[in-house]
Design a protein around this ligand. Sequence first.
Ligand SMILES: Cc1ncc(C[n+]2csc(CCOP(=O)(O)OP(=O)(O)O)c2C)c(N)n1
Length: 809
Amino acid sequence: MIANQPIDSTDLLSRERVLADYRLACESRQVSLLGRKDVMGGRAKFGIFGDGKELAQLAAARAFQKGDFRSGYYRDQTFVAALGELRWTEFFAQLYAHTDLAHDPNTAGRSMNGHFATRWLDEQGHWRTQTDCYNSVCDIAPTAGQMPRSVGLAYASKLYRDNPGLADITQFSHGGNEVTFATIGDASTSQGMFWETMNAAGVLQVPLLVSVWDDGYGISVPVELQTTKGSISKVMAGFQRDGGTDGQSDKGFAIFTVNGWDYARLVEVYEKAAHICRTEHVPVLVHVQELTQPQGHSSSGSHERYKPTERLDWERAHDCNLQFRNWILDNHYASEAELETIEKQAKDVARDARNTAWKAFIGSIQPDHQEAITLLEQAAGNLTTTQADVLLSLRTDLQKETSPLRRDAVTAVRKALRLLRTEPLEYRQALISWLERANADNEDRFSSHLYSQSDESPMRAEVVEAVYSDDSPVLDGYLVMQRYFDGLFGRNPLVVAIGEDVGHIGDVNQGFAGLQEKYGHLRITDTGIRETTIIGQGIGLAMRGLRPIVEIQYFDYIFYALATLTDDLATLHYRTKGGQKAPVIVRTRGHRLEGIWHSGSPMGAMLNSLRGMHVLVPRNMVQAAGFYNTLVKSDDPALLVECLNGYRLKERLPDNLAEFCLPLGIPETLLEGTDVTVVTYGSMCRIVLEGAALLAEAGISVEVIDVQTLLPFDITGRIVDSIRKTNRVVFADEDFPGGTTAYMMQQVMEEQNGYAHLDSTPRTLTAKAHRPPYGSDGDYFSKPSADDVFDVVYALMSEAEPTRFPAIY
Ligand SMILES: Cc1ncc(C[n+]2csc(CCOP(=O)(O)OP(=O)(O)O)c2C)c(N)n1
């Protein structure tokens, strides 16, 4: 298919549709203008708007059908409004950070403005039917961050079309005919994520329609400094399919170019582009050129600083709304007077929306604010004059505030309570109660929904113990995985595995060996070496009801995908306040390896980055299987790190491999002891047990605890129970100093109040601060060994009982 051919557009351009589009273009522009004013006037902290991009988005929205997905960015206000998925009051509510979902259903005030989302989950956190809706993934701020997931959203259409095992599922797809509309700014196409996405979509041949909104700048940096040849469509020419018959050259992209001020052509192009994409399952690039930014990039600066006068003049003349107006008049769709009426009404609509949203925002804070004022006044009545004066002045400050924030009243009440701390409780009680209630409400407003709160949360999964019999076979770890995955694929048609080398050879450690042959390449699928879009593929699939297990071949290479994991996946449920989810299982293998890029240890980096996901570190493959069972039934995303040196170790296979489910957040005591508790996880469990055996010979009894999951961490306080008995603790792992051991120590000392039960300083035993060199000696001298476990524990005992345990060195 060759793009940029003329299309018959007559029935796409009825007067009614044209004028409806003009009306929305005008409303959207007015909203942008007022939004910026709100930031300048102090009502909002930051604003970023879609002015200058209205026509292209109206055209794209026309081609968008129910069941389709938008995976875009902060410029898309006209797009989502045209789909009927954004009311202008909601736009302003988000600008003001209104925390009520009824007012900002996109993000409940959690994201800055321009981050749009539709709600796919009902109040219980269960999927709604997506095929009845225009679906929009909640935007994220990192440029091009929307791209990796868009591969997965589009790839889901391919699976729903080509995998007969999914034919009965109608909640998420109509036979795979859905298009994913990705949008991106021209400068953001400089990002690696963009290129990885384009290549993956071209290889996979998925219905992904990528629109590049090209306004010539990325903030102040012009396109010539961003893109080879200054044009993304020229650069992408090599990706274009060309109708060849060699089996490869007909694959690739259909590519369109169109000017962003040319309404009629935009409508034609999007109609055609979406049709190709939908029917032929071909990725499409629409390069929308000659767009403008009437108000500059955002509220943070003015574009007069970096755009030459000629460019500013050109932008004024090529403003898409102005061009649209001229086109309407030239083609006699409406008279000047009719357009003036529409423009005036658009202004009124935008102004009313803004006023309504502001009133609602302030109105939502006022009751708390007023109550705090009243309580401060009442409390003052009981006090000496000096104290009363302070309280009354706090009250007066609150009264003067015409646009209060929630924190104003909270901070005033906290100040008052500090002042009243020596007064009888009865004088303070009302203020304390107010604060407790406000804190609970604010916890829900600002801190809820990091994880699933539904009945499918892994934290609510029913625990099923592993069952063993005399006939339970003993197998190598990799065979345990193979048996497990074979069963899983056999019984759950929604599960797919995706990653480097997982298909043909069944992963580098053969956990999937033979399964592609058995279940087909759509279930167990090889990918290119592209960690970011492997994760993105998983996110998109999980967003559309499938249960992907996506593999990062080695743990150390997860850093390539970390931005997508932390920015997109880990924040999704939180940033929508429970409106969207993507229960991806990320499988990787690490721990106890050798070499700077193969040591498999950077766990602390995960804990710091992946709040919003669960992080599981099973010590062997049977434990891993039990956790996979829990995760597959649940609706949160998770990272599971298998022990690379465990695949060749023998394990006893439970008889109920398919059913047994391990709970998250529950450590297991691997060895009972009385002198020192050693807390660890993963491959270090074996090392610590070896160390404990050496210590036993020296008369020291060690209790070894495997935490099993780091997020969540020991929710029942099993570790502190152990410390109550031993009064000494060591946290051991092979991460860097101050990494995961510091986290575990914080959890036990602070959260579990372990400090109260200690007779010795709590210790950590970690790898060295550098990355472990290659080879067995590199490992011994960089990572903790059984000798090191012995020394650290012995030193604690030696300090406590020097006569019984004399210093060794
Ligand atoms: C990863 C990342 N780097 C930098 C930024 C800061 N930033 C925000 S928008 C922007 C320019 C984007 O330009 P473009 O892609 O052309 O989109 P436009 O804003 O022009 O629509 C930059 C550098 C960011 N949000 N994310």
